[in-house]
Ligand binder design. Structure first.
Ligand code: NAD
Length: 325
């Protein structure tokens, strides 16, 4: 039995491909390489193609005896999703429904989906639990919520069991620095902090210094990419023993403010992080962090690493790969 990993040449996908290999699973990756890198696969099996290609996916699933799919392939920029909404609906929703259609046609039984804490919008309370009604505040978040709904209905009507994982803020790199994030395709805080520290971009803008937090800057739940990868292995273990569909958070349950990220980066790197303060951005909540207890209870998963390991591995990766792969 093989696991098909879509988007496996991307940031979170490549760490997961590695963890799946280490768990003894046979893996094949389907990736268009639009934002991913074949080098990130460290030799894992790659098919270059589109998730929306029904014939390719059904053939691949049948030939390779695929029983499970882990689906990362998507566009992920919140800002770009607002300026190019149909690009996002087309790839993230249209691509995913075509993939699910092909998966069901080829007899795939289980599916793990990369969802996002963005589905909660500005959460009414923290820590964020899964029973909060999703209220997407961007096209990107809406696409994630739509695919969750599609999976719920396909589970009900066609028996495809799924785990939807709502990631909080993925960050960090592998501990041996073999793989990490491509800062040219991300708008996430940690790679931008690293880029500014290395003098590869203008000073970082800190949006808002008057939030009701410890130091006035926004607080988020940063989760190590290696922990996230292990969450996917646990999700497959869960599905492998026949358990029912599940939606759960993958976060640490602990937040760090922007200024805490900057001061820890300065300590780790020994360099100042050039930054300027700007006004708050519309729609940015003050504090968001997960209640990860459902994942612990149902998947037996819990984050092992914290912000120190995230920033240490991110710094080592970025400072040794300033030009990427
Ligand atoms: N990075 C985060 O903080 C974060 C947080 C929450 C959710 N997510 C979700 O996790 C998933 C992976 O994110 P990432 O940070 O690794 O992104 P990434 O851009 O590094 O990886 C996405 C991969 O998908 C591939 N891809 C995109 N469209 C494709 C298509 N139509 N067919 C085949 N391949 C395609 C890209 O080439 C790339 O390798 C995404 O679904 C993203 O929305 C990411």
């Amino acid at each position: 039995m093989t696991v098909l990993v879509t988007g496996g040449a991307g940031y979170i996908g490549s760490h997961t491909v590695r963890s799946l290999g280490e768990s003894g699973r046979e893996v094949v990756v389907l990736d268009s390489l639009e934002t991913g890198h074949s080098e990130a696969l460290l030799g894992a099996d790659l098919v270059v193609g589109e998730i929306a290609d029904f014939d390719l996916v059904t053939k691949l699933c049948r030939e390779r005896n695929v029983r499970s799919i882990v689906h990362f392939a998507a566009y992920k920029s919140v800002g770009e999703s607002m300026s190019h909404p149909l690009r996002y609906f087309s790839n993230n929703v249209g691509g995913s429904t075509a993939l699910i259609d092909a998966a069901v046609a080829a007899g795939v039984e289980q599916f793990v989906f990369s969802s996002s804490a963005a589905v909660y919008g500005s959460p009414a309370r923290v820590p964020v639990t899964e029973d909060l009604l999703p209220r997407p505040e961007s096209v990107y978040a809406e696409t994630k919520w739509m695919v969750e709904r599609v999976l719920s209905w396909i589970g009900e009507t066609r028996g495809l069991r799924s785990v939807c994982l709502r990631y909080f803020n993925a960050a960090g790199a592998s501990f041996d620095s073999a793989i990490g994030e491509d800062w040219s395709v991300t708008t996430n805080l940690v790679p931008i902090v690293m880029k500014a520290t290395l003098g590869k971009r203008p000073p970082l803008e800190v949006f808002g210094s008057d939030y009701p937090t410890r130091d006035g800057t926004g607080e988020r739940d940063y989760i190590h990419v290696v922990d996230l990868a292990e969450g996917h292995v646990k999700a497959l273990d869960y599905l492998d023993v026949g358990k029912p569909s599940l939606t759960c958070n993958l976060g640490t349950g602990k937040g760090s403010t922007v200024l805490e990220v900057l001061s820890a980066t300065e300590r780790i790197s020994g360099c100042g992080v050039p930054h300027v303060f700007s006004a708050r951005r519309a729609g940015d909540p003050a504090v968001v962090f997960a209640d990860p207890s459902l994942a612990e209870r149902e998947l037996g998963w819990r984050a092992r690493y914290g912000i120190e390991e995230i920033l240490q591995t991110a710094w080592t990766w970025h400072s040794t790969h300033v030009d990427g792969y």
